[in-house]
Design a protein around this ligand. Structure first.
Ligand code: ADP
Length: 286
């Protein structure tokens, strides 16, 4: 696989994967049951090829993140949402493998605490958005407030229904102030979830991740799908798009995610900052 250090090479590599087909158009109605979680795009039967391409793009992501940090002008927010076992942790581990931990933070949003519940639902989220030069990954997010909250009826519909507008406005604020916002829904099938939950239970090193609540969420699969469909339709914008990532095959999921990230970062046309005046010709005494 070609070395992806130059922009021209990267553009050639990115052309090999049509990630835009997974972007949700603003207002696009979704029927997740009709979107194939096993889709391998143009890489069907070509896993080795996909993995080589992934490795090259992952290298490039590493370089772009250094540039982001050095330039210190842009901010990147990646929102990850999925059903249990959808692969959020896997994406964080594999797609961001090799990036400098000093420039990347992961914010995980769990069941809100009493203090968090005593505020509006965006209160706990805003402090975690990225600063200049930083990349932040949301492992779950403010979207839980129109997903689990809707399915479990934790607040009345009249209240959660207004949240799509809040969320769009909140994300637009971030974008207008210089943040790139990318949102990934990792789409697995109900069968694939069963397989992964069972593997989790059977593996002593993974069993700790299992929650009985996961079974309740699985029972409400259709309600969650309806909640996702509406959330994605109503909050995918040109500036803060959602992507439905086919995620049954982890290697393809990771390839699509890294391609979207690299493409978005390339578009920022970042440059290393100029060296301090007087640096030219400096030689360090031995
Ligand atoms: P994960 O599944 O992300 O690895 P956990 O097993 O700790 O992590 O699950 C986090 C739980 O917190 C999920 O069940 C999720 O639905 C729940 N949660 C997150 N945000 C909210 C919220 N705003 N209201 C209620 N529950 C929430």
């Amino acid at each position: 696989m070609a070395d992806a250090r130059s922009s021209d090479t990267v553009h050639a590599l990115l052309k090999r994967i049509d990630h835009d087909r997974y972007r949700v158009r603003p207002g696009q109605r979704l029927d997740l049951a009709r979107i194939d979680p096993e889709d391998n795009g143009d890489f069907s039967g070509r896993r080795d090829d996909a993995e080589a391409l992934f490795a090259a793009l992952n290298d490039r992501l590493e370089a772009l993140q250094e540039l982001l940090f050095a330039e210190g002008k842009h901010r990147i927010l990646v929102v990850l949402q999925a059903m249990d076992c959808g692969g959020k942790d896997g994406v964080i581990r594999r797609v961001f493998d090799g990036v400098n931990p000093a420039g990347v933070d992961v914010a995980s949003f769990k069941v809100p605490t009493e203090v968090e519940l005593a505020h509006d639902y965006l209160w706990r989220v805003h402090p975690h958005v990225p600063a200049n030069g930083k990349m932040v990954i949301f492992n779950r997010s403010h979207y839980e407030d129109v997903l689990v909250v809707r399915v479990l009826e934790l607040v009345p519909e009249a209240r959660w229904r207004k949240r799509y507008d809040h969320i769009r406005a909140f994300e637009q604020l971030l974008v207008d102030e210089g943040t790139t916002v990318l949102k990934f829904y990792l789409h697995i099938s109900k069968d694939e979830q069963a397989k992964r939950l069972q593997e989790r239970l059977d593996d002593p090193e993974k069993r700790w991740k299992f929650r009985l609540g996961d079974l309740a969420a699985r029972k409400a699969w259709d309600a969650y799908m309806a909640a996702y469909e509406e959330a994605l339709t109503r909050t995918s914008t040109d500036d803060a798009p959602w992507y439905v990532i086919p995620a049954n095959d982890k290697w393809y999921r990771d390839l699509v995610c890294v391609a979207i990230l690299v493409d978005a970062l390339e578009r920022l046309e970042m440059r290393f900052p100029p060296v301090e005046a007087g640096t030219e010709g400096v030689v360090i005494d031995a």
